[in-house]
Structures are given as C-alpha cells and as structure tokens.
Design a protein. Structure first.
Length: 359
C-alpha cells in the first residue's frame, strides 16, 4: 500500500480549485491556507501516509512522509498535538495504536520500529532496527503484545512489542518486497501481499505457509483488508483491481473488481462491502455480490494512502498526499461537514405560571 521510499513521489496536480473536487465543501481539510476550518487557521502542511482512530473514535492519529506524527480531533479537525519528529524525515509506512490508545507503534522507511507515547510523542525506547530495508506494513495482535512487520527486504517478522524480541524465524516466500500485512481477529492467520503479485497465508506460531500462494493479480499487490469476522479478506493491486478471497480457499471469490487505477488501500467492512482507494485519488465501492455501488468518487487530488472507519462502520476517513483528511458517510458516500464547535446542551426546567399575575 505504499511506494517503499523515504521521500514523497512527485505531487502531480496538487493545485486545484474548490469547484474541481467532488465534495470539496463539507470535508475536513488539513494543511493549506485555503483549508482553514471556520477561520480557525489550521496551518498543517503535511502529506498523510497512515491514519488511525483511537478506540473511542474521538481522535485521529496520523503519520506523514517526513517521519512525523500528529493528533487531530475527529469531529472538528482541531489539531491536538504535533508534529512529533519520530523517524528522521523518513516516511512512516506502518502505524498501529495499542488497545488502550496510550502507545503508538511505527515502522518507517529507515527500517526501524518505534514506540511512542500518544499524548506527547515521547519515546518509550530507542528506535529498533527491525529490517535491512524499509518497513512497508505493520500489524498487531488483538491484545497488542505482538507485532508483525513486512519489509522491502522480502521478509515478514514477528516481534514482542515491549522488548523487540524476535518471535521465531523470519517468514520467507515472497520474491521481492512484501508490501502489506494483516492479522485475522483471532490472531491465528497472517496474510501478506507482495511485489511478486501473490497473496500468502501463514501460521504465526509455526512460521509456515498455509496452502498455495494466492494468484489473481497481474502485478504487485499493495494492500490488504480482513473482514471483522476473519472469514475473508480483500487485496488491492497495482493492476487496478481488487480481489476477494475466502480464508481457506486457494482461488479468488468471483471476478476481479475493476477500479481502473492502482489500488493503494482497500477496506472490507462487516456488511461485506469493499471500498478501494486509488493512486488517482478516487474511491470505489462494491457490495458483497461484487456489484458496484454508485460512481467513482474523485475524493483527493493525488494518491490516497490510508483509509479507516469508525468503530460502528458508519463513517469513512481517507488521507492522502494532497494534504487533506476527508470524512465520509460510508453508506451514502456523502462528505461530512466538520463540526463548528463542540456543543453542550443544558436541560432547563420549564417555568409554568397559573392564575393571575401582576405583569
């Protein structure tokens, strides 16, 4: 789901007018003079590489192509903290929060992993050299005690989070970079996607492959998403398609879902819908049967590098290298307006007067 480089790609077509972007009004925008929310003056100049939500959906945590971390209030876009310099100006391609939201774990283009306090960005320990090449993907177990990393060096590795102790031998099988990694909710299956065009399944404890490599893409596979039940997963490729897979099957389910542009990130939600975000800034949606839902949405001016949803799946958030974070109502695709202020409503007892009054 990324380029595997420490510096940003050329930003083609960055400048555009408000009228040119579908849903440009009513979106949460960060980063340029024209993107101030209600005149509040958010001067955040950054290209987002990964975004994640805290467990209460109140806060967006984001990383960028300069190795920094930010925190924003989801509803208003208010910057809460940052930038925190974490990875010495190298792109952070992987980022997860621990279940208690107290810690942010990052994996960067410098091949290192880092652990940071979410509120302050302070380091829990020195960054750890996990791979000899950029870390391109990062996942954690349900309880957050173990991490899984994917790297351009062609390996997948497991780590104990607090000590950086390796767990077993590196998982080897892909030819070339491993671009994405995901864990099923039961932590019993690792799924990886590679430059070699395959999707692979692994037994985490034994460190062995499960079944045959899954083939369905005509080129590198860049992103993965596993459904909340862990029964199926989706992959997005440089060939502009999305493939759907049953957990135990060796063939894709159904025909390819065609987005028409390289798929940088993909999301499979509990209702069976698939959303694909592409290098040309468009969003595409399909239902469980593979039928397209509506037309493609021209959401961002450049590539969309990260995508997530609120816990109930009602809201979709996207982040890209046009220095914007957008919020959408996932089912309808309608852009959401940022809240002007947090509103507090006080209930006041009603005064009733009976009989005659002197006024």
């Amino acid at each position: 789901m990324n380029a595997g480089r420490g510096s940003p790609l050329p930003r083609l077509g960055r400048i555009r007018t408000e009228a040119a972007g579908n849903g440009a009004l009513g979106t949460t925008r960060f980063g340029t003079e024209a993107s101030r929310i209600d005149g509040s003056g958010f001067d955040i100049t950054t290209d987002v590489s990964v975004i994640a939500l805290t467990s209460d959906d109140a806060e967006i945590v984001g990383t960028d192509c300069y190795g920094r971390m930010y925190r924003w209030e989801r509803l208003t876009g208010l910057q809460l903290a940052g930038p925190f310099a974490l990875h010495a100006r190298r792109t952070i391609w992987g980022m997860v929060l621990t279940p208690d939201d107290l810690e942010v774990v990052t994996g960067g283009a410098d091949g290192t992993l880092g652990r940071w306090e979410r509120p302050t960005g302070a380091a829990f320990a020195e960054r750890f050299a996990a791979h000899a090449a950029p870390v391109l993907g990062l996942a954690r177990t349900r309880e957050g005690h173990e991490l899984v990393t994917a790297s351009r060096d062609g390996t997948v590795r497991r780590w104990e989070r607090t000590t950086w102790s390796p767990l077993g031998e590196p998982l080897r099988g892909h030819f070339g970079a491993v671009r994405a990694v995901a864990l099923t909710p039961d932590d019993d299956l690792i799924v990886t996607a590679g430059q070699d065009g395959t999707v692979r399944r692994w037994n985490p404890k034994a460190g062995t492959p499960l079944g045959e490599p899954l083939r369905g893409h005509a080129g590198p596979v860049q992103s993965l998403s596993i459904d909340p039940e862990g029964r199926e997963f989706a992959s997005g490729g440089l060939d502009g398609t999305v493939r759907r897979w049953d957990r135990g099957a060796d063939r894709p389910t159904g025909a390819p879902l065609v987005a028409g542009a390289p798929v940088r990130c993909v999301l499979l939600t509990g209702d069976g819908e698939i959303t694909a975000a592409c290098s040309n800034g468009t969003l595409h949606r399909w239902d469980r049967t593979g039928q397209r839902i509506g037309a493609a949405l021209p959401a961002h001016a450049t590539a969309i590098w990260s995508m997530t949803t609120t816990r109930d799946g009602s809201e979709l958030l996207t982040g890209g290298w046009d220095r914007r974070i957008l919020r959408w109502e996932r089912i309808t695709g309608v852009p959401l307006r940022p809240a002007r202020t947090l509103t507090r409503i006080e209930t006041v007892p009603r005064l009733e007067i009976q009989g005659t009054t002197p006024f």
